[in-house]
Design a protein around this ligand. Structure first.
Ligand code: AGP
Length: 601
């Protein structure tokens, strides 16, 4: 994910762009840049790393006469975070910024190079400005822009400015978010409205397939049917509530965002009949016969879930370690083991130190991380970014969902390399992946049902979350979500283990949340739950199949694939924790004693 901003008008443009990019920095900050055209003056600044580096570079620059300006903060998808790869990308007289992935950029790049175009960067984005300038040779600027956009496959939210039209910004949106802001002093563009709060009073959220231009204060929008009549919406002036987009807490917003950020996670990776990971060079897995995953907290839970997928799909041995334990156990490590770390923040001290230990032992390393340029990303041989966007709630939700998706993709990727599963199996996994955004979408019916039943779970003497196989890590995660924001005791347990002791706790005050998927060991989990119910435990069953012994029952819908059941039940446990915590009056986003990133031992 990247952040883009744009402005047409006479106010000082550099500050407008930098303020906007500051609000979008959560979307990515491994490089940033701005470009401004005022009459015949063309200026551009780029810097690697955080936005403050760009601010420093452009500090003496001012742009306060009429003109156009665009800016970008980058979350690398193609090409390392270097200044050359930073946006805006320059043609001969035009600049472009872009958020998304141009899936056919290689063929476009090859075509343009064959026509004599010189590329400066490794990015997919650069093809846009060269296509535009190619068509500008025989068309007016807007027509040239239209022709360029028509050649693009994939996702894009893009802004383009050119010296041929120094009063105009060209824009196009497909698959990545972008909006137009209308203010007293000009027209604004941004990836999300927090970038223009206090500047624009009205906003229009562009739809996929819409493109157009802002010439001075005149905005024209088109789609493939022709000119679009659009309606502006008032824009709230409260930045924090705007950042929460109307949700009560960031955690709630992030639960709802899962269905959209998972699309970013899959973008350019889940194709029609295979998964691809451009970040991994061929030969990387040569000599690798085992995987060891190391993480903490929620990231440890996605690691545990992945271990089932790696062994079942990729037929590769996989074990999982809690980083704080791994660091001091004097582990036996062999160089044929790939060491995978998982971390939302990329700064967790225990995980970082565990990674350094593995590297000292000569192991190859790969990280699944949500923050590019973080310490763990920089320390790893390969980084696969989850692209969940900034996660502000201390209780991790969308990071967990995107970690699990990316690990699922990685398991299939390795299965492809090892030819350990059939093409039909890969096709059915991809089919299931493509359904995950739908499965992750929170419905009003589900949320209000969980809100209602949450009132019954405020004062028990504890919770068990139980599950089997893949749903055991999910049980651990559901228990962690609940305890870290409600402060009620909860523990996740393998359902088959209850009879080896914990069932002694069963009574009507013991709440058991039972994850009962249809696609995996349903009969086994059902009998485990019956054992508990027979001892008067209070059961909240989550299952596609109705279960008459349940005291509360949440019916799930997607019983076509274990991972879809996993994602759907994950949302239920996240909402349950959220609603119980809210009823208890806790600070959901900043629970007591916790921090978003544990950078100390
Ligand atoms: C998740 O809800 C917790 N806040 C916590 O367990 C977290 O997952 C853990 O600290 C690991 O953080 P990381 O993913 O940033 O490494």
């Amino acid at each position: 994910m990247c952040g883009i901003v744009g402005y047409v008008g006479s106010s000082e443009k550099k500050e407008i762009l930098l303020d906007g990019l500051k609000e979008l920095e959560y979307r990515g900050y491994d490089s940033a840049g701005i470009a401004v055209i005022e009459g015949s003056n063309l200026n551009s600044f780029k810097a690697v790393g955080k936005l403050e580096n760009l601010v420093e570079k452009a500090k003496s620059f001012k742009a306060d006469s009429f003109g156009v300006a665009i800016g970008h903060t980058r979350w690398a998808t193609h090409g390392k975070p270097t200044e050359l790869n930073a946006h805006p990308h320059l043609g001969k007289k035009s600049y472009v910024v872009h958020n998304g992935i141009i899936e056919n950029y290689q063929e476009l790049k090859k075509e343009l190079i064959a026509e004599g175009v010189t590329f400066l960067s490794q990015t997919d984005t650069e093809v846009i400005v060269h296509l535009f300038e190619k068509y500008s040779e025989s068309s007016e600027p807007f027509e040239a822009f239209q022709k360029a956009i028509e050649r693009l496959d994939g996702a894009y939210a893009t802004l383009l400015i050119t010296q041929d039209a120094p009063d105009t910004i060209f824009f196009a949106k497909h698959g990545s978010p972008m909006l137009i802001g209308f203010g007293e002093d000009g027209i604004y563009f941004a990836s999300s409205d927090t970038a223009i709060i206090g500047k624009a009073s009205e906003v229009y959220y562009l739809e996929d397939g819409e493109y157009g231009y802002a010439k001075g204060s005149d905005v024209a929008i088109f789609n493939k049917e022709g000119k679009v009549e659009f309606t502006k919406k008032p824009l709230s002036s409260d930045k924090v509530s705007a950042q929460k987009d109307g949700y009560r807490f960031f955690m709630e917003k992030e639960i709802y965002e899962q269905s959209t950020v998972i699309v970013d996670t899959m973008m350019g990776r889940v194709l029609d009949s295979e998964v691809v990971l451009d970040e991994i060079e061929s030969g990387f897995f040569d000599g690798i016969n085992a995987i060891k995953i190391c993480a903490c907290g929620t990231s440890y839970h996605s690691a545990l879930a992945a271990s089932y997928l790696f062994e079942r799909m990729a037929k590769i041995r996989c074990d999982v370690e809690i980083a704080s334990e791994f660091r001091y156990k004097e582990p036996l490590l062999s160089s044929d083991t790939l060491f995978i770390t998982i971390s939302q923040s990329g700064e967790t001290a225990d995980t970082l130190e565990a990674l350094k230990m593995a590297k000292r032992a000569g192991l190859k390393s790969l990280t699944i991380c949500n923050v590019d340029n973080s310490s763990i990303v920089r320390e790893s041989d390969v980084a696969l970014l989850t692209r969940a966007g900034i996660e502000k709630g201390v209780a991790s939700t969308k990071a967990f969902a995107t970690q699990t998706m990316l690990l699922w993709i990685l398991a299939i990727y390795i299965a492809q390399l090892r030819e350990s599963v059939s093409k039909e199996q890969i096709a059915s996994e991809i089919e299931a992946m493509r359904h995950s955004p739908t499965v992750l979408k929170v419905t009003d019916a589900l949320h209000s049902k969980i809100h209602r039943l949450s009132k019954r779970y405020l004062h028990g003497h504890g919770f068990f979350f139980i599950g089997r196989d893949l749903f055991y890590p999910l049980a651990l995660e559901g228990a962690l979500k609940l305890k870290e924001i409600s402060y009620l005791h909860a523990e996740g347990y393998p359902a088959g283990e209850m009879k080896h002791g914990p069932i002694a706790l069963a009574d009507s005050n013991l709440f058991t949340v039972a994850l009962m998927p249809k696609t995996l060991l349903y009969d086994k989990i059902k009998s485990n739950v019956e054992e508990l119910s027979a001892r008067d435990a209070t059961i909240l069953a989550i299952s596609p199949e109705s279960f008459e012994l349940a005291d509360d029952f949440i019916q799930t819908k997607y019983a076509s694939h274990p991972m879809l059941e996993f994602f759907e039940m994950m949302v239920v446990t996240q909402l349950l924790a959220l609603e119980i915590s809210i009823r208890l009056g806790n600070d959901v986003d900043m629970p007591r004693n916790l921090a978003k990133s544990v950078t100390v031992e």
